[in-house]
Design a protein around this ligand. Structure first.
Ligand code: ADP
Ligand code: NI
Length: 226
């Protein structure tokens, strides 16, 4: 089977696996991350060598078993991805690389930033984070909040810029609200991008989020009631 066919099989697998997800990690999240990743990889490859096969597979498979749905365990997803890919004639080196990317790409709070070692991993991390910004992030985030019964917003609960990894992972903590979560993750992502290509896109998405949040607080307090 050639690389193109393996990618097609991977898409089918991810589509099937995520068909009943309503927490913001449906197939279309993986699809958008894949598309973002291909775009970033193509731009960056004008300056530096990139293994597009690794980028595409890692992007497609990065959320097959998200840690939030598996008691905070990142290994479940990495293992699912590896087990699936080992059915094909894929180098052991590529399998390990993809496993490493899945284990090191997640945001766990701004003071606990980790980055994949490889350039391919850095691209996939950027691609995933672009989908955790902008209009899409608000849509995904409110869907997540509805799915998990989190509060949309509570003016008495302020965002915490110094969440520990444990607090960040525990999204059911009593003081978690979705609007605060945007301020505790999405609003930091612009400055954490690895590539110049993603940073440019992130800046545009960041501006949109600022406008959305400004408007949200204006309407919340009725400051626009004439
Ligand atoms: P990604 O797959 O892009 O890395 P996440 O897995 O962090 O994104 O989150 C998926 C969606 O769930 C996001 O849109 C985000 O807003 C929401 N979400 C994730 N973690 C939390 C949390 N601790 N509290 C509230 N919402 C969360
Ligand atoms: Ni993701």
């Amino acid at each position: 089977m050639d690389k193109k066919e393996i990618i097609e099989k991977t898409k089918e697998f991810v589509k099937e696996k995520l068909s009943s997800d309503f927490s913001g990690h449906d197939w279309w999240h993986s699809y958008r991350v894949w598309r973002n990743a291909v775009f970033v990889a193509k731009e960056e490859s004008k300056m530096q060598k990139v293994d597009l096969f690794i980028v595409e597979l890692a992007a497609l498979l990065h959320d097959v078993d998200d840690w939030k749905l598996h008691n905070g365990d990142l290994n479940v997803g990495a293992n699912t991805a590896k087990t699936f890919l080992s059915k094909f004639d894929v180098d052991e080196k590529v399998l390990n690389e993809i496993e490493q990317i899945i284990l090191t790409m997640e945001f766990m709070g701004k003071n606990q930033e980790i980055k994949p070692d490889s350039f391919e991993g850095k691209i996939v991390q950027d691609a995933d984070r672009l989908d955790a910004m902008g209009a899409i992030e608000f849509a995904r985030g409110f869907m997540f909040a509805g799915n998990k019964h989190l509060k949309m917003y509570d003016p008495d609960i302020k965002p915490n810029p110094n969440l520990t990894k444990e607090e960040f992972k525990n999204y059911m903590r009593p003081n978690n609200t979705q609007i605060n979560h945007f301020q505790e993750k999405a609003m930091y992502l612009k400055n954490l991008m690895n590539t110049t290509t993603a940073r440019k896109i992130a800046e545009k998405r960041h501006k949109f989020m600022e406008q959305f949040l400004d408007e949200f607080f204006i309407e919340w307090d009725g400051l626009d009631l004439a």
